[in-house]
Every structure is written in structure tokens, then in C-alpha cells.
Design a protein around this ligand. Structure first.
Ligand code: PLP
Length: 439
């Protein structure tokens, strides 16, 4: 009998045995094409010898040193590497162990920044419906996915959730995509005016929404208008690139393609590529200097901050993404994946939308393509696709999301950047079979 507390207590998973390239194998020898990199983690695929050697070498030298006493060479190198490639005036890197921790740090830094700046009333966060920012209480409060929040309501912090920029469901026929982008961004201004801008510290969003919305990209101009509003009302912009960062969308940081620089940027997943648990919060010089010239102490810390072995993995992964020219590959393979999805599902009566950027793509399923009516949630379409795909040897990331009762079942795809043309075909064929089985 197992003593593991699994995620699904009624559905025990197989035992993973090994990974190689785009495939995972369980102990029975069954092969799985990892088309979501777990949850957009394994950007380099499995079993990458260079990264493994870098981790081993770090373990041989210095496995761990507490940041209350030391910094370390890999942590310094990783911070330099990230800042050298980060947009705008992002200047400092706070290394943590994952995405929720990065978001938690971002929320607390935003709050402490305003307290130290002498604006202690600024404590409210505005975020978006159908978003996910992590599972710890602060990060879960920021997220707008009802299913994930439901039972924890009393523990969550009060904050505002505005509609996301969701062309497929929320754009009107009488407006252009650009007009819709501005209208969607202006919801932030409306909410600021409703709650009083002097009470708000930050707006948080994923540049491309992952887990809860299936690779939802923003309309052109949306984030530029968001940036303008943040500046006008003196609030910080926090971008959560935990899923969509680190080259996944075809640029090292997803926000580069939206032409904006946030005040705080969170990354994780692809930063360690699964070889070590690591995340990071990057912040602007302005924020860092406020703390430096104020209390001189960020009131937030975890034991595994700046973990040298995790940082060494991060250095090796970022160097591989850049040094192996993987970002151009994300674009070419992404275009092939999009074309293959369009060819397979473009006319499918139950596929409403195919979207995404780079190797971060989503397929939204609907009961009726004409009316965009979602499936009855009781049919659990997303869950059924996940099961059927797994059965067929395909790992993908189906989820249901809700905006004001409108449910969208979708499948998120985030394969390793090394995915080949044949593997793209295998992915689409297996996904197609799984969708037919689930329907
Ligand atoms: N933010 C986003 C956008 C995510 O997708 C996730 C995880 O899926 C998180 C934060 C939380 O990251 P982690 O699971 O590493 O704590």
C-alpha cells in the first residue's frame, strides 16, 4: 500500500520511471508524449545531459547555503543572466523555489514598496477573472478561477477581479480587435475609480493566460493601455510569466511581444525546466531602491531562497535556451503546431477557438460552434479528454474555466521546444482521438 498522498485519491497515477526527449515512460514501459511539458515545465525535454551535468557539478561543489548568511556564485550568475536579457529597467532578481512563491513575493513586495514610500493605504490588488497565480493563499487570492478558489473563500484576501482580454468570448462584432483591446484594458480604470485608486497597490495578469484559459493571448494594444493606466494612477504592474515565460511564447519574456515592461515580473516552470524547482521575481530599480533606501530589508523569506543547486540548473537552462537558438525554434515549431491544429480541428463542430503563441497553444471546446455555447459542466469534458489522452499515451493539460457562468473547456499544449515535426503529428492525432473518445 502506498503512503503517498496523491492529488486524486480515487485515481492513483502510474509510477513514472524515466524520461527521454519528448517522452516519459512508466514502470510498465508505457510511453507518453509529453505535450504539455507536465504543466509547461519541461521546455528542454527530459534527460538533457548538459543540465544534468551542471546540477551534478553544483552538488559536488556547494549544494546549499542559507541566504541569511551567503549569496552564491550560481545565484549571482543567474541573476546577471536574467537581467542581461530582461526588458526595460528590471534590475534585481529574487530567487525562490517555484511560481506560487514568486507571486507571493511579488504581492508582498508591492505592499512593502508602498508602505515604505509613505502610501500605506495602498493595499488592494486588482487581477483578472479566469486567471491562475498559484496555490498559496496570497497567490490563490490573486487568481480568479472559481473552481480553485471556491472552498477557500474565507481564507482569501479581498481583491478585485476584472474580465480578462478574451477575444473569442468577449469581443463585440462591431469593434476591431484593437478597439476591443483598449475597451478590455479600460476595465482596469473603471475598477480603479470604483474602489479608489489611492487604495490600490497593483494590477496582476498573465501576458498569455495558461492553466485556466488555454493560452489566451491579449489583443494588440491591451497591455500598452494597461501600462498607461497603471502609470496614470501610480499602481504597479505585476506580470505573471510563470507559465508563459522563458521562451515558451517565442521570446524569452512573453511581455516583450506586448511591448511593455512590468514593475515586477514572475517566472518559474521553464526556468528550471523540471531539473530543479526554481522560480524568480524580477523587480525594477525604482522598487529595489525604495527598499534599499528605506528599511533595507524585504520582509519575506523562505529557507530555500537562492538555492545554489536550483540556481545552477537555472543558469544551465537559460544558457541552453539562448545558446541552442531554441527561441527561433519555438516560433517555427509553434507555427507548425498551429497549422496542424487548424488542419485537424479548424472545421470541427466542437472546437470553437484555436489560439496561442509559440509553443503555448490552446484549443477551446464548445457544445455548439455557431452559438459558442459551452458544454454542460456536468459532462466534465476537459477531465474526460485528459483521461482519454493519457490512456492513448499523450500528456496534455485540459481544464475548465468559468467567466460569470460561461464555461470554456479547453486543452493547453506546451510541448518541449525540441519537439520534432513527426511528434507534432503524433500529438495532434492522439489529441484528436482523445477528443472524439471524450465527446
Ligand atoms: N502562476 C501561473 C501563471 C501558473 O500557471 C502557475 C502554475 O501553474 C503558478 C503561478 C504557480 O506556480 P507553482 O505551481 O510553481 O507554484
Amino acid at each position: 500500500m502506498s503512503h503517498i498522498f496523491p492529488r486524486h485519491t480515487k485515481q492513483l497515477p502510474p509510477v513514472a520511471a524515466r524520461g527521454e526527449g519528448c517522452y516519459l515512460y512508466d514502470t510498465s514501459g508505457k510511453q507518453y508524449l509529453d505535450a504539455s511539458g507536465g504543466a509547461a515545465v519541461s521546455c528542454l525535454g527530459h534527460g538533457d545531459k548538459t543540465i544534468i551535468e551542471a546540477v551534478k557539478a553544483q552538488l559536488d561543489t556547494l549544494a546549499y547555503a542559507h541566504t541569511g548568511f551567503f549569496t552564491s556564485e550560481p545565484a549571482e550568475t543567474l541573476a546577471d543572466l536574467l537581467i542581461a536579457h530582461a526588458p526595460g529597467d528590471l534590475d534585481r532578481v529574487y530567487l525562490v523555489s517555484g511560481g506560487s512563491e514568486a507571486m507571493e513575493a511579488a504581492l508582498k513586495l508591492a505592499r512593502q514598496y508602498f508602505v515604505e514610500k509613505g502610501e500605506p493605504k495602498r493595499g488592494r490588488l486588482i487581477a483578472r477573472k479566469q486567471s491562475y497565480h498559484g496555490n498559496t493563499m496570497g497567490a490563490l487570492s490573486a487568481g480568479g478561477n472559481e473552481w480553485r478558489r471556491a472552498q477557500f473563500g474565507p481564507l482569501l484576501i479581498d481583491m478585485s477581479h476584472i474580465d480578462p482580454c478574451y477575444e473569442y468570448r468577449l469581443k463585440r462584432d462591431d469593434e476591431s480587435l484593437e478597439e476591443y483591446g483598449v475597451r478590455a484594458a479600460n476595465l482596469l480604470e473603471e475598477e480603479l475609480l470604483r474602489v479608489g485608486p489611492e487604495n490600490v497597490m497593483a494590477f496582476a495578469a498573465e501576458p498569455v493566460v495558461g492553466a485556466t484559459a488555454g493560452a489566451l493571448t491579449a489583443a494588440p494594444g491591451y497591455f500598452k493601455r494597461i501600462r498607461e493606466i497603471c502609470d496614470q494612477y501610480g499602481i504597479l504592474l505585476i506580470l505573471d510569466e510563470v507559465m508563459c515565460g522563458m521562451g515558451r511564447t517565442g521570446s524569452l519574456f512573453a511581455c516583450e511581444q506586448d511591448g511593455v515592461t512590468p514593475d515586477i515580473l514572475c517566472i518559474a516552470k521553464g526556468l528550471g525546466a523540471g531539473y530543479q524547482p526554481i522560480g524568480a521575481m524580477l523587480c525594477s530599480r525604482k522598487i529595489y531602491e525604495t527598499i534599499e533606501n528605506g528599511s533595507g530589508f524585504f520582509q519575506h523569506g523562505h529557507t530555500y531562497l537562492g538555492h545554489p543547486t536550483a540556481a545552477a540548473a537555472g543558469v544551465a537552462v537559460v544558457s541552453a535556451i539562448l545558446g541552442r537558438n531554441l527561441i527561433p525554434r519555438v516560433k517555427t515549431q509553434g507555427a507548425k503546431l498551429m497549422a496542424a491544429l487548424e488542419a485537424e480541428f479548424g472545421q470541427h463542430p466542437n472546437v470553437g477557438d484555436i489560439r496561442g503563441r509559440g509553443l503555448f497553444q490552446g484549443v477551446e471546446l464548445v457544445a455548439d460552434r455557431e452559438t459558442k455555447a459551452p458544454f454542460d459542466p456536468a459532462r466534465k469534458i476537459a477531465g474526460r479528454i485528459k483521461t482519454a489522452a493519457f490512456e492513448a499515451g499523450l500528456i496534455c493539460y485540459p481544464m475548465s474555466g468559468t467567466i460569470d457562468g460561461q464555461s470554456g473547456d479547453h486543452v493547453l499544449l506546451a510541448p518541449p521546444f525540441i519537439i520534432s515535426d513527426d511528434q507534432i503529428d503524433e500529438l495532434v492525432q492522439k489529441l484528436s482521438g482523445a477528443i472524439e473518445t471524450a465527446l
